[in-house]
Design a protein around this ligand. Structure first.
Ligand code: FAD
Length: 279
């Protein structure tokens, strides 16, 4: 294992729904700041459903002296609304965005004035020039709605051509998918850092549910091992730490520019993985 303790990490949170959740997340952040993350990001519910919680969590992170990125999703949004959101974020001192299409819950249709994340990236650049560093999503195992891997790669390239500076991937457990994606992006002449998104494994059922929804593959051997542990939370946790640390180690050794952790508002697994990686 390489002992490169300044390897860049970023950490993602979701906005808590209750005052207790806000306090708990505050404590979790303090623990995770010991990793000196490059930035912490906060997700944004599609249709603006979490805007208040997202922006107040981003504000709290900035006030704690850590660079913060707000996610911003465009599905169902109007240009006027996004213009207002950008002005609010700029006034808050936010300098980094994760620009997304988002997914509306079924039954909402699509509506809105943006179709794809590339439309949002182009709009942000047209409205605010270089005020924001723009991250976009990347899918080493293909976005579930893409017509083909080639079409998805082109969709990724169009987000960069529209002005994105860097990308964070959907989580995955197969490093080859990531390395191939990076090679293909490179072959298209698209030159932005593609940071792997890392999902710690702490609950078997939660992981299965998320992965079904977002199209991330859980390799058969991991699925079978997790199933074999049943309700034995300690074994799931120990296995998950081994698997995810090994994945991170392979990604770092293979040239990944950093790691972006989906913390799920928990600190223990991220801290332990980074400890094992000597980050
Ligand atoms: P897009 O890049 O627009 O792609 C969506 C689909 O459209 C893909 O299948 C793509 O191939 C296709 N496509 C794109 N352009 C075209 C085109 N011109 N013609 C035809 N097809 C096209 N969701 C949230 O709601 N809130 C969040 O905070 C959030 N954070 C995320 C963070 C990360 C790092 C990642 C990886 C995902 C996140 N998501 C979030 C989930 C994301 O919103 C969904 O995956 C969503 O389905 C796609 O968003 P996107 O920005 O990748 O969309």
């Amino acid at each position: 294992m390489n002992a490169t303790n300044n390897f860049p990490v970023s950490i993602e949170f979701f906005p808590p729904k209750t005052p207790e959740g806000v306090e708990k997340l505050r404590a979790v952040r303090q623990q995770l700041y010991t990793l000196k993350p490059d930035f912490c990001s906060v997700t944004f519910g599609a249709g603006g459903s979490t805007q208040e919680g997202t922006f107040s969590t981003v504000s709290a992170i900035l006030a704690e002296g850590t660079p913060a990125a707000s996610h911003l999703s465009c599905i169902g949004a109007t240009r006027t609304r996004v213009r207002e959101q950008l002005a609010t974020l700029k006034a808050m001192g936010v300098r980094r965005l994760v620009a997304l299409r988002g997914d509306l819950p079924s039954g909402f249709g699509t509506g809105g004035e943006f179709h794809y994340a590339s439309d949002l990236v182009a709009f942000i650049r047209a409205e605010t020039g270089d005020d924001f560093q723009i991250e976009v999503a990347a899918y080493p195992e293909m976005h579930p709605q893409a017509k083909s891997p080639e079409a998805d790669l082109q969709a990724f390239a169009s987000k960069v051509q529209a002005g994105a500076n860097s990308a964070i991937t959907q989580y995955f457990f197969n490093p080859d998918a990531y390395f191939r994606f990076v090679q293909e992006v490179d072959a298209l002449g698209v030159q932005v850092p593609v940071v792997p998104g890392i999902m710690p494994i702490s609950s078997s059922s939660q992981l299965m549910r998320f992965s079904d929804a977002c199209g991330a593959e859980i390799p058969r051997w991991i699925r079978l091992r997790l199933q074999s542990f049943g309700d034995d939370a300690a074994s799931i946790k120990a296995f998950g730490l081994d698997v995810v640390t090994d994945l991170c180690d392979q990604l770092r050794a293979g040239g990944a520019p950093g790691l972006h952790f989906y913390s799920m508002n928990q600190s223990a697994a991220v801290l332990e993985i980074c400890k094992r990686l000597a980050i």
